[in-house]
Design a protein around this ligand. Sequence first.
Ligand code: ADP
Ligand code: MG
Length: 239
Amino acid sequence: MFKIHGLYKKFGEKQVLNGVDLEIKKGEVFTIIGPSGQGKSTLLRIMNLLETPTSGSVIFDGKDLFEGGRVSVDMKRRMGMVFQNPTAFNMNVFDNVALGLKYRGLKKAEIKEKVEEALLEIGLSGYEKRLAKTLSGGEMQRVSLARAIVTEPDILFMDEPTASLDPVNTEKIEDLIHYYNKEKGITIVMSTHDLMQGQRLADRIGVMIEGVFYQKGTPDEVFSKPANESVARFIGINN
Ligand code: ADP
Ligand code: MG
């Protein structure tokens, strides 16, 4: 579904991505783990077309996303993104979730049906009229997730989606990630600094250090056979 080859990203003089190669298979959950400041967010932002690479190719369903220096709006519509800090627009819950649907020009009744279904899934039916800013962090992150998922993306990117949440709310988000992947077939690429979460959710894990993947494999492979000292040290510190 996604094929990334030789991806480099520089911010000014700072080399952040150093030749990333990555293939994402349809239907999988891939988690990116690694110490902070290693390029996880930058990679996700490039995959989600929020940032352009310095060089390298990013192919989504056979199409080079950055060919000719232009970003493909069509492809962008097939992606969803959830950020680390729950973000809500200054409007009520219904309108927050409906945003992408309105943008796509769906009919009112259709929008209502999809939003109600999404709110049911995230356990916030009845919250339609609540202003988003009056929600708790956990509720707001579920609204962010509903907003990303309601447009039925093929792939969902999440950048440390539970980093600011307590364990109870983290579990709710994890259950939803599992549900959207297993029941709705959405491919998921997420970063997390929580190794156990990576292990719980992922089909495959990539360990990102200094802007490249030092190792990619199933959670079992990565945790029982770290590819090198750096991976072993990172896993060791966090266990
Ligand atoms: P991670 O998500 O692994 O913590 P990031 O991708 O956020 O890492 O950042 C990697 C490095 O790139 C950091 O040193 C960060 O300061 C730098 N960086 C990220 N975004 C920008 C930007 N827009 N401008 C300049 N430097 C950036
Ligand atoms: Mg980050």
